[in-house]
Ligand binder design. Structure first.
Ligand code: LLP
Length: 463
């Protein structure tokens, strides 16, 4: 995915077809700050530390594979987003990237709102004390039971995704004697430059209601007539892992045009627009993400400009970053199990996890980097593919990378930038036990999601 946004850099270009390679110019012992969380450092022996704790100690205490989440980095990113958008806008963390009770508490304390897209995420949010009015409820096929719970709980907004849902939410709200604040999710017809599976603004896909053929205007018409709904705005999410702001600009422009059309037809100025999430992060050194303040400025400039030219008051803007907040804050720690050099090709390094803890490489062709983190090494770089222990040759964690040629079983290696969509998309394939998430901060580490056990597996198996 990162490759589609950026041309292949030297790390890839230098891999020659015959399998020979030119060693990377960078010292493998030096960590690229861009892809590691902020408190990660290397001590004098080359061992990686996070939050002041050495990885060997973490591995001993919590085992591998495991995700280590840098809590102060997470909180700092929350604050950076909130500060960048300021008091006149709202930042909703997209819980699908990674959600747990601890994360909900951090978000609550740092003043962020939360986007949930299932009953399970809603339960986690409410259970951990996120005020319901700071929650947005999403999804293209929310069940009636989910809608009821969301309305009953008093969520701040439900994002309507279909004509059926407009009616369902209104009826539910009326039945419960409430008027539900809602936004309508539209598809703006933008081709986001990202992997097909995570692009969401083109018309031929399941999300949203199309702007182009007047469907979105019709949805607004219907929502405005229903007593159970208070239509507060329009929502657009164009996709994920996007670096180029052009797609957001087109999206903002088209959403503002719809606001103007609504004003002209109904005499109503909808007060809010939500431009979704999707901002890219650095998975490898080749990715160059933007800072939250640049993103905030670009979005607010375009909305202000478009509103001025349409004669509209500037609506309140909201955004929903998931990956950009949690993605860079965690790494996955693995132990090397077997090493298989394939003459003239590459060396396969098998770790104790794989596609069950990171499906993104197999699913989206995602790129990651990897480093030896339990020690330093002066050995020559060797071209490796880091693979898991699952019964499938597509079980690849890192497709192409360099590790020192003296790598040995028992070494610890870490894959950075795995905070988003790795634990949340983890599976039990081959009855793998999903790894724990350990939060590290100021020299202390604590489990926030525990490792699954074989008892957990058997507990569900009631046959
Ligand atoms: N808002 C809405 C309505 C969304 O559907 C999503 C992501 C987000 C916000 C947050 O997007 P983010 O800022 O995290 O990119 N599993 C895929 C990503 C799927 C994203 C689905 N929706 C992956 O691993 O890349």
């Amino acid at each position: 995915m990162s490759r589609s946004a950026h041309p292949a850099g030297p790390r890839h270009a230098d891999v020659l077809p015959e399998g020979h390679y030119i060693a990377p110019a960078t010292d493998l012992n030096v960590l690229d700050e861009k892809v590691w969380s902020r408190t990660v450092t290397r001590d004098q022996d080359g061992a990686l530390t996070v939050g002041g704790i050495e990885v060997a100690r973490l591995a001993e205490e919590f085992g591998t594979p495991a995700y280590f989440l840098d809590e102060s980095d997470f909180r700092a990113r929350c604050r950076a987003w909130a500060d960048a958008f300021g008091p006149d806008a709202d930042v909703f963390y997209a819980g699908k990237a990674f959600l747990s009770r601890a994360v909900v508490r951090w978000l609550t304390e740092e003043g962020l709102n939360l986007d949930v897209c299932s009953g399970g995420e809603l339960t986690t949010a409410l259970d951990a004390g996120m005020p319901a009015d700071r929650i947005a409820f999403h999804g293209n096929n929310k069940t009636v039971a989910e809608i009821e719970r969301a309305v009953e709980a008093g969520v701040g907004r439900i994002v309507l995704d279909s004509f059926q849902e407009i009616v369902r939410v209104s009826h539910t709200a009326q039945r419960l004697g409430k008027r539900q604040r809602v936004q309508i999710r539209v598809t703006v017809g933008v081709e986001a430059h990202t992997h097909e599976f995570i692009a969401t603004a083109h018309e031929d896909q399941k999300f949203g209601i199309a702007l182009a053929d007047g469907q979105a205007a019709e949805a607004v018409r219907r929502a405005l007539t229903l007593d159970g709904l208070e239509l507060i705005g329009i929502h657009s999410h164009i996709g994920s892992q996007i670096f180029d702001m052009a797609g957001f600009e087109v999206s903002a422009r088209r959403v503002v045009q719809l606001l103007a059309a609504v004003r002209d037809e109904h005499g109503v100025e909808l007060p809010e627009i939500d431009l979704g999430g999707g901002l890219g992060i650095a998975y490898t050194s080749e990715d160059d993400p933007r800072e939250p303040h640049e993103i905030a400025k670009a979005l607010s400039d375009i909305v202000t400009r478009e509103c001025e030219s349409a004669g509209l008051a500037t609506p309140r803007i909201s955004v929903e970053p998931g990956r950009a907040i949690v993605g860079p804050t965690a790494f996955t720690l693995y132990e090397v199990g077997t090493i298989k050099p394939l003459e003239g090709l590459r060396t396969y390094v098998s770790v104790d996890g794989g596609m069950s803890d990171n499906i993104r490489t197999a699913l989206y062709d995602a790129e990651y980097s990897v480093a030896l983190v339990s020690r330093s090494s002066d050995a020559e770089p060797m071209l490796v593919r880091v693979v898991g222990k699952h019964c499938e040759s597509g079980d690849i964690v890192v497709k192409d990378a360099f590790l020192p040629a003296d790598l040995a079983p028992g070494d610890l290696i870490a894959v950075p930038a795995t905070g988003a969509y790795c634990r949340s998309m983890a599976s039990n394939y081959n009855h793998a036990l999903r790894p724990p998430v350990v939060a590290v901060r100021d020299g202390r580490a604590r489990v926030i999601v525990r490792r699954e056990t074989e008892e957990d597996l058997l507990r569900l198996d009631v046959g």
